[in-house]
Design a protein around this ligand. Structure first.
Ligand SMILES: [Zn+2]
Length: 170
């Protein structure tokens, strides 16, 4: 399926602000009530392959904000956008809606932190320890698993850090 090209820039709902977050560092917060389904972030930037993305992440420079938009296709966001501050939550206030849209997953109140499930936006190489604090916290967040190839024998993980079979607790 062809990937719709992204806008060059990220658009973030005007009723948002960046402030200290109880989850991590700074976060993105709503400054007004937003109805469920409201478009909060429209991702934009340029499309790169998994290999190009890995090279970008390995290179010195600013943090690479990215989202997987299709199999081995990733959008890399321009630096300096408020979308950079959207933290992960295992019970997020935003949900993915198509390749580039993040919409309110439920009614958002002014002051609520705007969070995304990084598993919804990351490729299979992604892995992050999580302490978001919600009861349903998964502890470890990994990128979504790619559909297994027809006739494949599973083990879809071919890029990124492999999950150790029995990680030590600490
Ligand atoms: Zn969590």
């Amino acid at each position: 399926m062809p990937v719709e090209p992204p806008d060059p820039d990220v658009r973030v709902h005007p009723a948002t602000t960046v402030a200290a977050s109880p989850i991590a560092g700074r976060g993105l917060f709503a400054t007004a009530d937003l109805a469920a389904g409201t478009l909060v972030i429209r991702l934009g930037g340029r499309l790169v392959s998994d290999a190009e993305l890995a090279a970008l992440i390995a290179a010195p420079g600013p943090y690479v904000d990215t989202a997987e938009v299709a199999e081995v296709v990733n959008v890399v966001l321009p630096t300096g956008t408020p979308a950079h501050f959207a933290n992960h939550s295992c019970d997020p206030t935003l949900r993915r809606d198509g390749a580039y849209r993040l919409v309110a997953r439920r009614a958002v109140r002014a002051g609520d932190e705007l969070t995304a499930d990084y598993a919804e936006i990351s490729g299979p190489g992604f892995r992050m320890d999580c302490a978001c604090g919600v009861p349903a916290c998964r502890g470890t967040v990994t990128g979504r698993r790619r559909r297994s190839r027809p006739g494949g024998r599973g083990s879809p993980r071919s890029a990124g850090p492999a999950t150790p079979p029995s990680a030590p607790a600490r």
